[in-house]
Design a protein around this ligand. Structure first.
Ligand code: ATP
Length: 304
């Protein structure tokens, strides 16, 4: 076990003060009654880096993501976003080191939510989580701009065209309702909407899990290009190690709410150190797949 310190995740190493993590999660705990869904998770995400959160169903990935997005309050621990504590006992306060002073300018819960949403956006497995089924894609993409940066409609229209182009959608697709698009196009539209406010972090929760493999590859390539072009950071939540390999440099592996392994994604996949990570890798279908061994290893792990 590698413990739950942020140590070796978060992308490029940065000297003191040179750059601070855009997202810092410290000792995060989330309980639902008797169930501890997240149990002491910590990590840093540097600007422009991409971090995977992997684990099986029930390991606490989605709950972690929901706390980061402000959809759940943590039981304890803190989330610092862009130098500001956005969740935890000090929420609304600047982070201890190098953060902005004072509360979010103007204060107020709505202001705080807008501030957070302007820096961190979430993409769900189901694009209907962010697209209104009754609105054209173009309107859905324009909406966050109206909220965050009110200004002339002409400027918004130009920016919507630019965003649609950035995610590979035609103007025609922009004029369509979500139900008239393919699953891949809908996910592109959800990404365009998330990018509309120029967030620093995109939090992707099983964002390609519902798509055919060939479409998955297209979306992953799109995400790679967007990160290169914009310097945005990703937290990429997935049960699928092959997918995580494509879009992240570092990863944490979660089991029963805890981080059991962390490090470079390639290293984790090539030389897993924790038996649970090895089991996850052995569970991927391959020509020499040994189902009996996977079942045996799981029983042994469950006894630990
Ligand atoms: N709102 C809730 N109320 C009670 N228990 C919950 C709630 N949300 C999650 N849990 C429990 O917390 C644990 C972690 O769930 P979570 O959804 O975070 O895992 P996960 O790794 O994302 O799995 P999945 O991919 O299936 O969503 C599970 O035992 C789950 O049943």
């Amino acid at each position: 076990m590698t413990g739950n310190t942020p140590a070796d995740t978060g992308g490029s190493a940065v000297a003191d003060g040179a750059a601070r993590p855009v997202l810092r999660v410290t000792s995060l705990v989330k309980r639902f009654g008797d169930v501890t869904a997240v149990d002491g998770v910590s990590f840093d995400l540097m600007p422009g880096a991409s971090l995977g959160i992997v684990g099986e169903s029930g390991s606490g990935k989605t709950t972690t993501a929901r706390v980061l997005a402000g959809l759940e309050r943590p039981t304890s621990g803190t989330v610092e976003l862009d130098g500001r504590v956005v969740a935890g006992p000090e929420a609304g306060r600047p982070a201890a080191r190098g953060g902005t002073r004072g509360r979010v300018p103007g204060g107020g819960a709505r202001r705080d939510r807008l501030w957070r949403a302007s820096r961190l956006q979430m993409i769900f497995q189901d694009p209907y989580g962010s697209l209104d089924p009754r609105q054209t894609v173009a309107r859905s993409v324009a909406e966050p701009m109206r909220l965050h940066a009110p200004g002339p409609a002409a400027g918004r229209r130009a920016r919507v065209r630019e965003l649609l182009d950035q995610v590979g959608l035609s103007e025609r697709a922009g004029g369509s309702l979500p139900r008239d698009l393919s699953g891949g196009q809908r996910q592109r539209a959800a990404i365009a909407r998330a990018l509309a406010v120029r967030p620093r972090v995109l939090l992707l929760d099983e964002a390609v899990a519902a798509l055919d493999v060939s479409i998955q590859a297209q979306i992953l390539t799109l995400l790679d290009g967007l990160r290169r072009d914009t310097g945005i950071s990703y937290v990429f939540v997935s049960h699928d190690l092959a997918v995580v390999r494509h879009v992240t440099e570092t990863a944490i592996v979660m089991r029963h709410g805890r981080v059991v392994e962390r490090g470079g994604t390639e290293r984790i996949l090539r030389e897993p150190r924790h038996p649970y990570t090895r089991l996850l890798l052995d569970s991927i279908p391959s020509p020499d797949w040994d189902l009996d061994r996977v079942a045996r290893d799981r029983r042994a792990l469950d006894r630990l």
